[in-house]
Ligand binder design. Structure first.
Ligand SMILES: Nc1nc2c(ncn2[C@@H]2O[C@H](COP(=O)(O)OP(=O)(O)OP(=O)(O)O)[C@@H](O)[C@H]2O)c(=O)[nH]1
Ligand SMILES: [Mg+2]
Length: 270
């Protein structure tokens, strides 16, 4: 299954798939990539290989999806989590969430995907759920350029509730099936510029056809997983043990190299 296919990062075939995900497919936009590397950082790979993954498999990482009403947030989540698409609009009231289970490099990993309401009157309910987001997905409608203009405000609101630099940011254009030709190219150019300003990675998707939906969430899961693993390794590296009458001994773990690239890396380094 595609979920098993998330085991990209170990071995030759998996590396190939990851490269494909990063470089070759049409939807991928190199100028709007948060990181440009072939695989997880070495210490993450080795920890996965040795099954030394601590509490990562038990953890649920939070993904918050925000954006104007009617842009297709619920449809995107429903396509991914339930593989369904509904043509009729049913506004989200407040918030809703889905939990999706992954297996990455042999390690179970869970994402809790929060679907928030775009309608102004529900904003104060929805914003109460922004806190602790490992990933913020800012959504706009490729067929309605105004919704792109509003993404910066949505992001600002979500960032206000989170520690600086603690969340991956994605900008997602939906309803790709409704746009084509020069208009589409223009919108995407604007979107890539916005993504650069927002320090976000840009994706275009269609919940109707399913185009790029699995690939997008796989990417979200992979980046969130790697960060969870790095945090876990940092924690176990600095662990203290108490022996006898209270003497503290610092346990020396594997030394952690500095990260190869920052998750919020500026677009110029991709
Ligand atoms: N053609 C097309 N229509 C879509 C797509 N995604 C969503 N829609 C339609 O757009 C409308 C709004 O979709 P929703 O997913 O409910 O929008 P939302 O962003 O969740 O709206 P709120 O919950 O009010 O914030 C619905 O009628 C969907 O069928 C898509 O990829 N293609
Ligand atoms: Mg909705």
């Amino acid at each position: 299954s595609w979920k098993a296919g998330l085991d990209w990062t170990l071995g030759k075939t998996s590396l190939h798939i990851f490269k494909q995900l990063l470089c070759c497919l049409q939807w991928y936009t190199p100028e709007a990539c948060l990181q440009f590397k072939d695989h997880f950082q070495a210490q993450v790979r080795s920890a996965c290989h040795q099954r030394n993954t601590g509490t990562v498999g038990l953890k649920i990482s939070k993904v918050v999806v925000v954006g104007d009403l009617f842009v297709g947030k619920t449809s995107l989540i429903n396509r991914f989590c339930k593989d369904i698409f509904d043509r009729d609009y049913k506004a989200t009231i407040g918030v809703d969430f889905e939990i999706e289970r992954f297996e990455i490099a042999g390690v179970p990993y869970n994402l809790q995907i929060w679907d928030t309401a775009g309608q102004e009157k529900f904003k104060c309910i929805a914003s109460a759920y922004y806190r602790g987001a490992e990933v913020i997905v800012t959504v706009f409608d490729l067929a309605d350029i105004q919704t792109l203009d509003h993404t910066k405000q949505w992001l600002e609101d979500a960032l206000r509730e989170n520690e600086p630099g603690s969340s991956f940011i994605f900008l997602v254009g939906t309803k790709k099936d409704l746009v084509s030709g020069a208009t589409c190219e223009r919108t995407e150019r604007d979107a890539i510029r916005f993504a650069s300003e927002m320090q976000a990675e840009y994706w275009s998707v269609s919940a109707k056809t399913g185009e790029n939906v699995k690939e997008f969430f796989s990417r979200v899961a992979a980046l969130a997983f790697e960060r969870s693993m790095l945090k876990e390794l940092e924690k176990s590296n600095g662990r203290m043990a108490q022996i006898g009458a209270g003497n503290l001994i610092k346990l020396e773990g594997n030394s952690l190299d500095a990260p190869e690239s920052n998750s919020q890396a500026s677009l110029s380094c991709c």
